[in-house]
Ligand binder design. Sequence first.
Ligand code: NAI
Ligand code: AKG
Length: 446
Amino acid sequence: MMSYVKKVLSDLKEKNSSQEEFLQAATEILESIAPVFEKHPEFQENAILERLVEPERIIMFRVPWVDDNGKIQVNRGFRVQFNSAVGPYKGGLRFHDSVNLSIMKFLAFEQILKNSLTEMSIGGAKGGSDFNPKGRSDGEVMRFCQSFMDELYRHIGPNTDIPAGDMGVGGREVGFLFGQYKKLVDGHVAVLTGAGLEFGGSLVRKEATGYGLIYILDEALKMRNETIKGKNIVVSGSGNVAIYAAEKAETYGAKVLAMCDSSGYIYDNNGINVDIVKEIKEVKRGRIKDYLKYPNTESAQYVEGGIIWNVKCDIALPCATQNELSEESAKILAKNNTKYVAEGANMPSTNEAVDVFLKNNMLYLPGKAANAGGVATSALEMAQRSSRIQWTFEEVDAKLKTIMVNIYHNIDNAAKKYGFEGNYVVGANIAGFLKVANAMLAQGVV
Ligand SMILES: NC(=O)C1=CN([C@@H]2O[C@H](COP(=O)(O)OP(=O)(O)OC[C@H]3O[C@@H](n4cnc5c(N)ncnc54)[C@H](O)[C@@H]3O)[C@@H](O)[C@H]2O)C=CC1
Ligand SMILES: O=C(O)CCC(=O)C(=O)O
C-alpha cells in the first residue's frame, strides 16, 4: 500500500512544489498512515487520499487599512477551508509576517486530524494574514481586523466555518473581528470562538491549549508509572500556549527552567516565575528579556539569540512555532537525557528531529494530539453558546481533562493496533484519519 501513498505524495509534490511546510506535514501524515490501506482497500478505491490532500476551498484576499500615520497598508488575507467531512470548518487565525499559503495549508491539514481526535464534530481549516500586530497600536490592530473581516465575513458562519485565535490573535483581536462581523450581518452570531467572557466566550478557552498539553503528558507519564512532579521543564515561546503550559506544569510540581521569544531565552535554575511572564506578554505586550527588570529575578539570565534546547531538561515542551526544533537540537536533547517531548505548537519539530526522538525511545507526543485541548474547548464554547448556558471553570476544565485523557488512549490504542506501540506519530495520524476517511466514504464523492 506504500505504492498508493507514494503515488499520491509524488503527485502532491509536483503540484505544490514550492509549499515546503505543507509538503512536510503531508509527507509525515501520509507515510505514517500507509498501513491503514492494507486493512481498508475501500479508501484507495474511493480516492480518499487524493481528495483529502486537496483543500475544499481556499480564499485569498486583499486587506487594505490605514496606519496611525495616515499611510495605506496592504496585507494578504487567507482562509483555507480544508475538510468539512466531520463537521463545519474549524481552526484558528494567525497574524504573523511569515504567513503564506504553504503555512496556512499545513496548519489547516494538521487541523483536520487534530479536530477529528477531539471526538467533537468539527472539520479542519486555518486562516490568517501576513500582518504582524507586534508594535502596532490598538487602533491599527482594530482597523486591520475590521478590514480583514470585511471580506472574511461572507465565507464563515456558525454552521459553515468558525475561526478562532492562533499566533498573534488573542482576545483583543477576536473582539475586534467579532465586532465587525456583528455589524456586517446585523446579528449576534456565534461565529468565532475564544470570544470574551462578556459576549459568549467560555471559561478555560484561554488556558485550554497549555493546560491540555499538561493533562495529556500527565496521562502518558502515569501509564509509565512516572510523574511530572519534580521534573525540570523547558518551554519554548512565551505566548498563550507556553504561558498556560508552564503555569499548569508548575502546579503539578515541575520546575520551568527556561522560556523564550523570537529574540532570545530566559533561564533560571530556581524556576521561572510564570506570573511575571504573563504580565510582560499579556498586559505589557513586551519582550521576554524584560523579565530581568522585575524584582526577585536576580538568579535569572537572558541569552540573546540562544537556542533554548541547549538547556538541560527532563521534559521539552515546544510551544512557539513550526520547525523551531531542528535535528541538531533533538540530538542535544537526546544527549542531555531528555525523556519526554510534548508539542504545544503545531509541527514545531522537523521530521528529522522526530526521527531522533523515536530512535532514542523518547516519549514523543505530536502537536495534533497534544495541543488539541484548545480547539476541543472551542467546541465546548460552541456547545455552551448554542444552548445559552455557561459552565463553571471547574466544569469546563474537567471536560478538557477527560478529552485529553481520551486522546492519549485513542492514539495509544491505534499505535498498538497497527503494530507501532509507543509511536504516537503513527497513532495520532491513524486515529485522526480513520474518522475523517469513514465520514468521507459515507458522504459519497463530494
Ligand atoms: N492558541 C491556541 O489555542 C493554539 C495554538 N497552537 C499553536 O501553538 C503555537 C503558539 O501559539 P500561541 O501561543 O497561540 O501564539 P502567541 O502569539 O500567543 O505566542 C507565540 C510565541 O512564540 C514566540 N515565537 C514566535 N516565533 C518564534 C521563534 N522563531 N522562535 C522562538 N519563539 C518564537 C513568540 O515570541 C510568542 O512568545 C503555534 O504553533 C500555534 O499554532 C496550537 C493549538 C492551539
Ligand atoms: O480553537 C480553535 O478553533 C483553533 C485552535 C487552533 O488554531 C489550533 O488548534 O491550532
